[in-house]
Ligand binder design. Structure first.
Ligand SMILES: Cc1cc2nc3c(=O)[nH]c(=O)nc-3n(C[C@H](O)[C@H](O)[C@H](O)COP(=O)(O)OP(=O)(O)OC[C@H]3O[C@@H](n4cnc5c(N)ncnc54)[C@H](O)[C@@H]3O)c2cc1C
Length: 436
């Protein structure tokens, strides 16, 4: 049994104001960074021991990068911050009246100020039964599970004598053509066309079908139409079959049904729809359809001036009146803003102006050489966009070692088509054996 973490007073051992931050994703980490130098004791709780750079998760899922190149132990990130206590624990409630965060193991954490940054998970539009057949991508475990599934499909096809089953093994379906779906589809197509062919003797991996299914009328729906169009054509040039305007109505072990069609496929990846963490339920406040807390303009939870919530688990209006998008820069800006409000309160200063989101741009990669970027004031596509995409992503990684490793890996992929993370891990199970 984990030691009970419980103290009677809200103030920490030092008697200073105690801030509990739940979640060390983009929003939570930025809040903790922003509180550096403030007269606070911080407890940072996460159910995982690492911070993940989610924008590159698909590269782990497609064997392009290793897990340690896109994730960092939280304790290491907090090494130089003696006022920050890092706890590996899962939160399952908040006692707002008693000002305590409740933990699954029965412990609780007192706070003066609470920052909730617990993000979102993929959602299946009311069909959770599809999840085992169409896993989504959110964690390192998801990424290595998908990688395993993709690589095992090629292995099974190599040993398969029934041509129908071989076709099903070599059919890879991605549901949802947002940035993640587009990036996954392009990279799986390149894996099959460029990286794997010399490795197999019985199958021609060029035969692999990569099918990107989208219920809406275009890929990258949040981008300007000309960039969406460019992305679709670029995917098709890579051999991806783009199926637009057809909603998925069933995912099973056999394959996927969409519109009036059924496709036998042994690998389906879900990249459509997200649902916020249950933070709104913990606090008993109203949520939108995706479960997000509608926070106040200063990012506090309605009715709780001492509780802030940021990132994918909230909704807040942007300067254009539309909800701020669920992307990393928004979570980071919200985390920074909340740190500023907490500091101002502690120093007895006037509260900062309401949160104002600044959109820097939207970027998506299409295979290893192309990308699309919408900065609002300028749109870029093709190789130049890819270089900018690469530089921006390397810049946002943490630490020199990781940046160098990722840059070298990309150079290797770019020039030699080598993806060195082609590892089938997490053991074999009886259902991994080729039938017959
Ligand atoms: C595959 C994928 C690709 C993406 N690509 C991009 C992109 O290219 N560009 C972009 O800007 N954005 C991208 N995003 C979105 C971006 O990653 C999110 O908007 C951002 O991570 C939100 O930050 P957050 O802090 O709200 O949540 P997260 O970063 O998800 O962090 C939430 C943290 O809370 C922890 N947690 C959750 N529940 C609990 C609990 N009960 N107890 C304890 N800890 C808990 C989690 O372990 C996690 O560490 C992508 C997301 C995904 C999944």
């Amino acid at each position: 049994m984990t030691a009970q973490i419980e103290t009677g007073n809200a103030a920490g051992p030092t008697g200073r104001h105690r801030v509990v931050v739940v979640g060390c994703g983009f929003g939570g980490l930025e809040a903790v960074k922003g509180l550096a130098g403030a007269a606070v004791d911080i407890t940072l709780v996460d159910r995982r021991n690492h911070h993940i750079f989610q924008p590159l998760l698909y590269q782990v899922a497609t064997a392009s990068l290793a897990t340690s190149e896109i994730a960092w132990p939280i304790r290491e990130l907090m090494r130089g911050r003696p006022e920050v206590e890092t706890l590996l624990a899962t939160v399952n409630g908040v006692d707002a009246a008693g000002r305590r965060v409740l933990l699954v193991d029965g412990g609780s954490l007192p706070y003066d100020t609470l920052v909730i940054a617990t993000g979102a998970r993929h959602a299946y539009f009311g069909h959770p039964e599809w999840e085992p057949f169409a896993p989504g991508l959110k964690t390192l475990e998801d990424a290595t599970r998908i990688r395993r599934h993709i690589l095992l499909a090629f292995e099974k096809a190599e040993r398969e004598s029934d041509p129908k089953e071989q076709d099903a093994q070599l059919t890879f379906v991605i549901v949802g053509a947002g940035p993640t779906g587009v990036e996954l589809a392009g990279t799986i197509a390149e894996l099959a066309r460029d990286t794997l062919p010399p490795d197999f003797r019985n199958i021609d991996t060029h035969r692999a079908r990569v099918v990107l299914i989208e219920a809406g009328p275009r890929v990258l729906a949040g981008y300007p139409e000309d960039l969406s169009d460019y992305a679709r054509r670029s995917l098709e040039n890579l051999g991806v079959e783009v199926e637009l305007g057809r909603a998925v109505s069933e995912c099973t072990a056999e394959g996927v049904t969409y519109g009036d069609r059924h496709l036998a496929a042994r690998t389906i990846v879900w990249a459509a729809g997200v649902r916020a963490s249950p933070a709104a339920e913990w606090l008993g406040v109203t949520a939108d359809r995706a479960g997000r807390i509608a926070v106040q303009p200063d990012l506090t939870v309605p009715g709780h001036a001492e509780i802030f919530a940021v990132g994918d688990t909230v909704t807040v209006a942007g300067p254009d009146g539309k909800p701020v998008p669920g992307i990393a820069p928004a979570a980071k800006q919200e985390g920074q803003y909340v740190a500023g409000v907490i500091k101002a309160r502690l120093e007895g200063k006037a509260p900062p102006a309401p949160f104002r989101y600044k959109h820097a741009g939207s970027l998506a990669q299409i295979g290893k050489r192309l990308a699309v970027i919408d900065f609002g004031w300028i749109k870029l596509k093709g190789a130049i966009a890819w270089w900018l995409w690469g530089i921006a992503h390397i810049y946002f990684l943490i630490g020199v070692r990781t940046r160098l490793m990722v840059a070298i890996n990309w150079l290797w992929i770019h020039t030699r088509n080598r993806r060195s993370a082609r590892l089938i891990t997490q053991g074999r199970t009886p259902d991994d054996e080729t039938p017959g």
